[in-house]
Design a protein around this ligand. Structure first.
Ligand code: ADP
Length: 251
């Protein structure tokens, strides 16, 4: 909005209201700048770790590889692992920045066949059995490509963070849209933080062996918001986590 087209306040109350609005705007701009700074600093830090690992092991091979060829495969394995980690991270970052610029087209959609297809495709990739509990039809106004991505990411996590024998339950009913697993679940402290970019749950639990970047749920949250929906984490009974979603039925 051009400055000269802004309404000129005449009454003191209007001046006060405008000044409050202005301060709020300023605050949110500052907040955004601070978030961006924090984000760039996080990204740099997260990328430095695998790069240090790669460079260190390249140097090891250069120094000792000829004299001690037996160390080469191990060093190469580290380089391979760390470069894969970087690749995953960069792909997720691209997804995240893509999602933040995305304006999506939402259409009345039956979620049941959409989710059934994701479940069918994904079942082949994981050990756990995925059980789909669905009504005949669950209509919501969504963008189907992003909803597929959301379910894929949640299934991916359920697969990563629950035992191979555990059952993953996907519910697409008019009462509940959710993905549940029987893994270790998420502590209340972590529930508040797992949607943050780069946040990974306590390293003493499931994460000590599970690879990840901490970006998956940040992307999920952004995609859910683009669909004007919401997502929350509940405890699954008797164990595990349940990601519960709502999407608008209309508008
Ligand atoms: P990543 O899996 O790469 O660490 P995410 O953003 O997808 O990143 O998840 C953030 C954190 O939330 C994970 O590190 C893990 O601690 C926790 N988490 C996510 N999904 C689950 C789940 N289904 N069960 C238990 N913990 C989970």
């Amino acid at each position: 909005q051009a400055v000269d087209s802004l309404p000129v306040p005449t009454k003191p109350t209007e001046v006060r209201e405008l000044s409050i609005e202005f301060n709020q705007l300023l605050h949110s701009i500052n907040q955004q700048a601070e978030n961006d700074r924090q984000f760039v600093s996080n990204v740099s830090h997260e990328l430095k770790t695998p790069i240090a690992g790669i460079r260190g092991h390249v140097e090891l091979i250069q120094r000792h590889g000829k004299r001690d060829p037996k160390m080469v495969p191990d060093a190469l394995a580290v380089i391979d692992r760390e470069s894969l980690r970087m690749q995953r991270m960069i792909e997720s970052l691209l997804n995240l920045s893509h999602a933040s610029q995305l304006t999506i087209d939402r259409q009345p959609t039956d979620l049941v066949p959409l989710v059934a297809k994701v479940v069918g495709d994904y079942q082949r990739q994981i050990a756990q059995d995925i059980m789909l509990v669905a009504d005949d039809s669950v209509r919501r106004r969504v963008n189907s490509a992003t909803v597929e991505q959301i379910f894929l990411a949640l299934l991916n996590n359920a697969g990563k963070y629950s035992p191979p024998t555990g059952i993953i339950t996907v519910r697409v009913t008019n009462k509940e849209i959710s993905v549940s697993d029987v893994g270790p679940g998420i502590s209340n402290g972590d529930k508040a933080r797992v949607f943050e970019r780069f946040y990974r749950g306590s390293q003493t639990g499931a994460n000590s062996t599970v690879k990840g970047t901490g970006l998956g749920l940040a992307i999920v949250k952004q995609l859910v918001a683009l669909n004007r929906g919401d997502i929350q984490i509940l405890d699954n009974q008797p164990t595990g986590s349940r990601f519960l979603m709502h999407f608008p039925t209309d508008s």
